[in-house]
Structure formats: structure tokens, C-alpha cells
Unconditional design. Structure first.
Length: 310
């Protein structure tokens, strides 16, 4: 038997990761644990980048993206721009299980959610509604939605996608990624989170990687798949993480945000290799990640390795 490991972005509450590790110690499959932790985060009203309470698009609608990947079978499922359902990560996993497809979007994703009996819910929390009214409502005199989006961008909120990578005692790796996307986005905007290879990739033979921050950058470099490919080619975890993040830093330039959650002009990459080693890498140095193993009682918070430019 191998040592279970659970890796997540630092914003995930300790109690969620402790509960997930308890499941892994009891023999649960990595996929069940990754989905379970993601569902807890999606239900957290204080988390404004994921699920219920997530900040809406520029029109005040919460559009949710999620993806799930099983590294042993290389099966994956994802949804994008899903409205009105409580647990997009579970809908994404069911796409993997029930359809010959990987990605469903918009009304198609909602139709599927209804057909499988997913729980409907109003996902715009009162706090998120107030934030939208404060930052975007005053701009509604814009001539069109394009102009409104550019005006709202001056009041942009950064976003921090929920990332979980789980390794169970049999060596299965699974990844779960869920987000409400960058706040005040143009309706229908999709980032890297539901795109297999961009914000999420998992292969139990080599490792797994997930991304958060500015999804458009991760999409342009296929960041998650690139990291795992480097592991497959024999690169060390650190070397793979540094190389992918170096490319992201060159693409993004110097971060302009005074606070990492204010403007999403950064990317953070989490990586776990097949041996259960973990690392976090980012284009700015004030970000962290959490890891918990079967031998630790509580998650350990670690600073990312920063790869920046100029």
C-alpha cells in the first residue's frame, strides 16, 4: 500500500482536507475524495470564487465551470457556464461516467444536470449580489455588454480556482477543479478550469497538475498537460514546475496586483508526481498551497516557488 496524499490551494479550509484524508486513510478511492472536498468548497458561502457565493458575470449571473479527471483511466468530464445547480464538480464527474463526451456547456450542461437529478439551487448569494451591485450596478449605462465588461474590469476581482489533487493508497491519482471564474466576466466566458490539458490534467503513471489564476494564460500554454508531459519525459517535479511557470511569467509579465486576489494577472500551478511528491509554483511569491498525508494530523501550508520576470 502507498501513502495517501492530498494537495490543494491554500484557500481550502483545513477541516475539508482533514476530512478528505480521513477518507483516504479508510481506503476511499482518490476520485471520491477529490469530489468530496470540492463539494465542501462549492457549498462554502465565504468562498467567492467557487460555487455558492461565487462572484457573478457582468450581468449578475453566476456561471460555474468544473472538471474532473481520473488519472488511472484517463477519463475526464467537465462543464462550463453552468447555471443554477449546487455541485458542478459532481455534474462534471457524471459527464465522465455517463456520456461519450468530455465537456458540456451552457444549456446543454444544465439539461444534463436536470436529467441526472442534480440538485438545483440559486447560486448567487446575498453577499455576492451586493458586491456585484456595488462594483457593476453603477456602470449599467454602458452602451453594450462589451463596454460594460471593460468598465467593470477596472473594478475586477481576482479569482482563485478550487484545485484538489488526491492520491490514494493504491496509487490512483484524481483531480477536481471548480470555479465561478473571474468576477464580472463577459457572459459565457470560460477559463482554463473546465478544459482538460489547460487547467487540469492527470495521469497516474506520471503525475497530475492543476492551475488557478488567469485562465487565459494557462489555456494558451496548455499548462497542466505540459507539466505532466515533462514528468513523463523524466523531468523532476521542480524542474517541470519551474519550466511551465517560467513560460507563464513570460506571457504575463510583471504582476500589477497589489493583492493577489484583487486582479487575476497571475497563475499558480500545483503538481503531484506519481510518487506522491508535491509542489506549488506561481508567477508571484505571495501565494501558498496545502498538503496533508496519512502521517500528518493537519495540512501543512507551504509557499509557492516563485518564477517571475524583470
Amino acid at each position: 500500500m502507498l501513502m495517501p496524499v492530498l494537495l490543494a490551494n491554500a484557500e481550502v479550509r483545513d477541516e475539508y482536507l482533514i476530512a478528505g484524508m480521513r477518507m483516504l486513510r479508510e481506503g476511499a478511492h482518490a476520485g471520491d475524495v477529490a469530489e468530496y472536498v470540492a463539494r465542501l468548497v462549492e457549498d462554502d458561502p465565504e468562498e467567492h470564487t467557487v460555487g455558492y457565493g461565487g462572484y457573478p458575470n457582468v450581468l449578475g449571473e453566476v456561471e460555474l465551470d468544473a472538471s474532473f479527471m481520473d488519472g488511472t483511466t484517463l477519463q475526464a468530464g467537465a462543464v462550463a457556464a453552468l447555471k443554477g445547480f449546487r455541485h458542478p464538480i459532481s455534474v462534471a464527474r457524471e459527464v465522465m461516467r455517463r456520456l461519450p463526451h468530455v465537456l458540456l456547456v451552457g444549456e446543454g450542461a444544465a439539461r444534463f444536470a436536470r436529467e441526472i437529478g442534480a440538485e438545483p439551487r440559486e447560486m448567487l448569494s446575498p453577499e455576492a449580489r451586493r458586491a456585484w451591485q456595488e462594483h457593476v450596478g453603477m456602470l449599467r449605462d454602458a452602451p453594450d455588454t462589451i463596454a460594460l465588461t471593460w468598465q467593470a474590469w477596472r473594478h475586477a476581482r481576482g479569482h482563485d480556482t478550487m484545485n484538489v489533487i488526491a492520491r490514494d493508497m493504491h496509487g490512483n491519482l484524481c483531480t477536481a477543479v471548480s470555479t465561478s471564474g473571474v468576477a464580472w466576466k463577459y457572459p459565457g466566458r470560460v477559463g482554463d478550469s473546465p478544459l482538460i490539458g489547460a487547467g487540469n490534467y492527470c495521469d497516474s503513471r506520471y503525475g497530475a497538475a492543476t492551475c488557478m489564476g488567469l485562465g487565459e494564460a494557462a489555456m494558451r500554454l496548455a499548462a497542466a498537460a505540459q507539466a505532466v508531459t515533462l514528468l513523463r519525459l523524466g523531468w523532476s517535479l521542480v524542474a517541470a514546475g519551474v519550466e511551465v511557470t517560467r513560460q507563464l511569467a513570460q506571457l504575463l509579465g510583471r504582476s500589477r496586483a497589489e493583492h493577489p486576489m484583487r486582479v487575476a494577472d497571475w497563475v499558480r500551478v500545483l503538481i503531484m508526481d506519481a510518487q506522491g511528491n508535491v509542489g506549488g509554483f506561481a508567477t508571484r511569491d505571495d501565494l501558498c498551497y496545502k498538503v496533508i498525508t496519512a502521517e500528518t494530523a493537519t495540512p501543512l501550508t507551504q509557499r509557492v516557488m516563485c518564477v517571475s520576470v524583470g
